[in-house]
Ligand binder design. Sequence first.
Ligand SMILES: Cc1cc2nc3c(=O)[nH]c(=O)nc-3n(C[C@H](O)[C@H](O)[C@H](O)COP(=O)(O)O)c2cc1C
Length: 329
Amino acid sequence: MRIAECGMRNKKSEIQNPKSKIVHPNLSVDFAGIKLKNPVLTASGTFGYGEEYADFVDLNRLGGVIVKGISLKPIAGNPPPRIWETPSGMLNAIGLENPGVEVFLREKLPFLRQYDTAVIVNIFGCSVDDYLAVAERLDGAEGVSGIEVNISCPNVKAGGMAFGTDVKATFELLSTVRKATRLPLIAKLSPNVTDVTDFAKAARDAGCDGLSLINTLLGMAIDVRTGKPRLANCTGGLSGPAIRPVAVRMAWQVARAVSLPIIGMGGIVTAEDALEFILAGASAVAVGTANFMNPRAALDVLDGIEAFLAEYRPGVTGIEDIRGKVNIT
Ligand SMILES: Cc1cc2nc3c(=O)[nH]c(=O)nc-3n(C[C@H](O)[C@H](O)[C@H](O)COP(=O)(O)O)c2cc1C
């Protein structure tokens, strides 16, 4: 039976269960200065602004919500089809559709603020100035716990190459955003690079407080009957369980290369998937594509982590006890 299916409910941390005599670990995490009640978040772009899921999920139980990417001005996104299901995953080319930072602050953030969960705002832009303006606008906004910078966007001024696939552009972008905000700054790394640790080091040198990885892998699917690409945009980002081994490998490499805390993501569906990232060195995890199949996926992962630790690692008192403890002999 999969861990996520074993049906254990979340129990209060540190409370001794008189029947089993098991001490439930305290799953809270201080992530780059952000207090997370547990290490399970929802990944950007897969959980809207929280409100879309609030009828199905008690948002108070989540460690945090990383909201859909926000830009300076509203963006309509790409024409359909924008999603294509692939073996153990999906391709998407939503095109970063969003209402812009002003509408986010006015109409989306107040809803999320009602909940006892960390709100991390994912931001992006087409130029350094765009990113800077969004970060400045968020700085000091009540209820924002941190900023996650999506560096996988095309740098319009540099001819369209993504910021996150050029080490120098990554450093320059993140150094500038760093100056715009006192909020904890988390760089979201792209997997579409030769050596992800170079980008992790650039983010560290630019003054980031944490890292998120991975974003989607660039992919393409073609309908052989019509000869047309499955996505109107031709290419899209691959996510879901198909990418998990790549993501775990990158989290492991980055954890060994830099000491910044990591939010691990990429194909997490069950608690065991999440624990792979934590053993690889991540301090927290984010559930993405799985939310589309099961709106409660993040809570199932959380319940499953508690159940797993209670059953298999009864001595563990917190996430730090197992973080990075992949057993390499
Ligand atoms: C439909 C969709 C929209 C996404 N939108 C964003 C986004 O706005 N900003 C961002 O940084 N990542 C975005 N992502 C990437 C996810 O946050 C996550 O990094 C990636 O999907 C890997 O995790 P998963 O396999 O669990 O989905 C999006 C992913 C999907 C599937």
